[in-house]
Design a binder for this molecule. Structure first.
Ligand SMILES: NC(=O)c1ccc[n+]([C@@H]2O[C@H](COP(=O)([O-])OP(=O)(O)OC[C@H]3O[C@@H](n4cnc5c(N)ncnc54)[C@H](OP(=O)(O)O)[C@@H]3O)[C@@H](O)[C@H]2O)c1
Length: 268
């Protein structure tokens, strides 16, 4: 069977994407290749997913038209300047490297069609949220290919490159903010007598359920808040504390700081 997609790098993010593509039947293991310098990573990936692994990026460039760049940002330059990776007109290059702009990628692959993706790490459980930017020369077929790949690991929204710093704040970094909220809920649950394990699953499922309610109920967040806050009930007392302490304003400031840092990193 012809190879449909190749991954440069086989770490946490590439592994999650590969597992998603196979689990969602987007591509079979025979249609996916990847490369990594260490034999340990190559053996582990083949054992876990059944895909063919190669040592160098240049080994996979000729096997497929769709190449996902999933190495750390600082490794990208050497792929092209030292390792002889050449990607040309026929390639769709999907970069998930945080902070690496299309303009920079173009210096290495001026003729390829480039897609820049900002995924989040929840793609490891196929519940990721990603923003992606398609370069001007991408085709409608490329757009369909990219959607198919990203939807295998969660939800994806096409945005302009100028919005990727905001995407970084709202979905790239936000899992950490929500983990802190979960940590506080768990601590409070334990303080009031729950086992830590019970408090953990109850808090985690509440985050999952709240997210699904936002996505699936058709209600906006104010309506959802009203739906939980019965007059004279329990939730309204907790909401009073959050409003008094400026919980929402703190989260906005937290995303502001993330967006600012993302913009700075883009210039470094
Ligand atoms: N982790 C996140 O939450 C997250 C979120 C958004 C975006 N990203 C982006 O996703 C990319 C990958 O992140 P990650 O967390 O998956 O990193 P990772 O787990 O460290 O994986 C990096 C992979 O790159 C491989 N590699 C290193 N040098 C290589 C080379 N010259 N040729 C081919 N492969 C090479 C490594 O191989 P060995 O195992 O053999 O060393 C490893 O498999 C990064 O650019 C990051 O900015 C990550």
């Amino acid at each position: 069977m012809a190879v449909k997609i190749g991954f440069v790098g086989a770490g946490r993010m590439a592994g999650a994407m590969i597992r998603g593509l196979i689990a969602k039947n987007v591509y079979g293991p025979d249609e996916i290749v990847a490369c990594a310098p260490s034999k340990e990573t190559r053996d582990r990936m083949t054992q876990q997913t059944g895909i063919r692994m190669f040592e160098k990026a240049s080994d996979i460039a000729g096997l497929t038209d769709v190449i996902v760049i999933a190495v750390k940002p600082k490794k990208i330059a050497s792929l092209f300047t030292e390792e002889g990776l050449e990607l040309g007109k026929g390639h769709l290059v999907v970069s998930i490297a945080a902070g690496v702009k299309i303009k920079t990628l173009k210096t290495y692959v001026p003729d390829a069609r480039i897609v820049r993706v900002m995924p989040n790490h929840c793609c490891m459980v196929l519940e990721g949220a990603a923003g992606y930017v398609m370069d001007k020369n991408c085709t409608d077929a490329d757009r369909e290919t990219v959607k198919k790949i990203l939807q295998a690991i969660g939800l994806a929204e096409e945005v302009g490159e100028e919005d990727l710093d905001a995407v970084t704040g709202v979905c790239g970094s936000s899992p950490a903010f929500l983990y802190l909220a979960a940590q506080a809920l768990i601590e409070a649950g334990v303080k009031h007598g729950l086992d830590k394990s019970q408090a953990t699953v109850l808090a985690a499922q509440s985050l999952v359920g709240a997210g699904k309610m936002i996505l699936e109920s058709g209600m906006d967040t104010e309506q959802l808040i009203d739906g939980v806050c019965s007059p004279g009930g329990t939730t309204i007392e907790g909401m009073k504390v959050l409003r008094e302490e400026g919980f929402d304003k703190i989260l906005i400031r937290c995303v502001d700081a993330t967006v600012k840092r993302s913009a700075e990193m883009g210039k470094e």
